[in-house]
Write a protein that binds this ligand. Structure first.
Ligand SMILES: Cc1cc2nc3c(=O)[nH]c(=O)nc-3n(C[C@H](O)[C@H](O)[C@H](O)COP(=O)(O)OP(=O)(O)OC[C@H]3O[C@@H](n4cnc5c(N)ncnc54)[C@H](O)[C@@H]3O)c2cc1C
Ligand code: FES
Length: 276
């Protein structure tokens, strides 16, 4: 498989300006970064974001604005680095590398069902644009535990052909998991492609549903990433699929052949950890 890691220039951190910053919930922020390389990101690729003195972590690019030369990130604050991102403001600088990884492969004129869970929904915004650019249609199923965590619903409603929000507690849209709504929509026979990004447990079930209905599916895998360019081996799945180079976006049937898919990932020291 060809590499999407980019050349040496993309492997070096660049200082990029934050040009817009929004707080979307108690724990979600979104910010727009000015960087000509990230502005050319394809749907599903990621960047490495560096907060000096804290950490450098992988982050999916949510959407890009090639005319402004910018890329948006949507971040859930879970630890030191993401909380430091939550304290950024317009005008600050952040270290960036990338874009890296394999994007979603969007065929021409696909009737596409895009299923997202939590912050994994964010990169699907760029995928909606790509589906439209190739003459297809985009139906989005975004899911979260409760309506306050269903961020960017307005942006999805503006961009997609149809949106079916799901909440675990029934506070907005379909009461239940995205997987139930996915099953219902696939049963209509109206789709010929499924793209999914979110918790692995959710993607396992989405991929199974797609297989039952005979619809090709691509998943976006997350593993512990250090280099982001295929050198360190930190993100390897199975016997050699690097999530940062062969992924993050891979056909579901490739993921399903990997022993760790749906079962475990590896921590920073390489030890196996059960999926949560
Ligand atoms: C390809 C990819 C795309 C991602 N896209 C997004 C996104 O769009 N929005 C978002 O909010 N989060 C995204 N993440 C997750 C994000 O990288 C972690 O939330 C972040 O690294 C946490 O760092 P921390 O210092 O805040 O927390 P920590 O306390 O250091 O870690 C909290 C948890 O985050 C994960 N994590 C920490 N460091 C890494 C690492 N180097 N590589 C992979 N996982 C790590 C682990 O599950 C860890 O248990 C993505 C991860 C990957 C691999
Ligand atoms: S993070 Fe994938 S090989 Fe280093």
């Amino acid at each position: 498989m060809p590499s999407h890691a980019g050349g040496e220039a993309l492997a070096r951190p660049r200082a990029a300006r934050i040009v817009a910053f929004e707080r979307l919930s108690d724990r979600h922020v979104a910010f727009e970064v000015a960087d000509p390389h990230l502005a050319r990101t394809k749907a599903g690729q990621f960047a490495m974001l560096w907060i000096p003195g804290v950490d450098e972590v992988p982050m999916g690019v949510s959407t890009v604005d090639p005319e402004r030369g910018t890329a948006w990130f949507l971040v859930l604050e879970v630890g030191d680095c993401t909380r430091a991102m939550g304290r950024l403001k317009a005008g600050d600088r952040i270290g960036v590398r990338g874009p890296y990884g394999r994007p979603f492969a969007v065929p021409k004129a696909a009737k596409t069902l895009l299923v997202g869970g939590g912050t994994g929904t964010a990169p699907l915004l760029a995928a909606v644009d790509e589906v439209h650019a190739t003459g297809g249609t985009a139906t989005v199923v975004p899911g979260a535990r409760t309506k306050d965590l269903l961020v960017w619903l307005d942006r999805f409603e503006a961009a997609a052909d149809a949106v079916h929000p799901c909440t675990d507690d029934g506070s907005l849209g379909h009461h239940g998991f995205t997987t139930g709504k996915t099953e219902e929509l696939l049963a209509t026979g109206a789709f010929d492609l499924v793209l999914t990004c979110g918790p692995e447990i959710m993607m396992v079930k989405v991929a199974e549903a797609a297989r039952r209905h005979g619809v090709p599916c691509q998943v976006s895998v997350e593993r512990w990433m250090k280099c982001g360019v295929g050198v360190c081996g930190s993100c390897v799945m199975g016997d050699g699929v690097r999530a940062c180079v062969e992924g993050p976006c891979i056909p579901a049937e490739v993921a399903e052949r990997l022993p760790d898919w749906g079962h475990y990932h590896r921590g920073p020291d390489g030890n196996k950890m059960p999926l949560h």
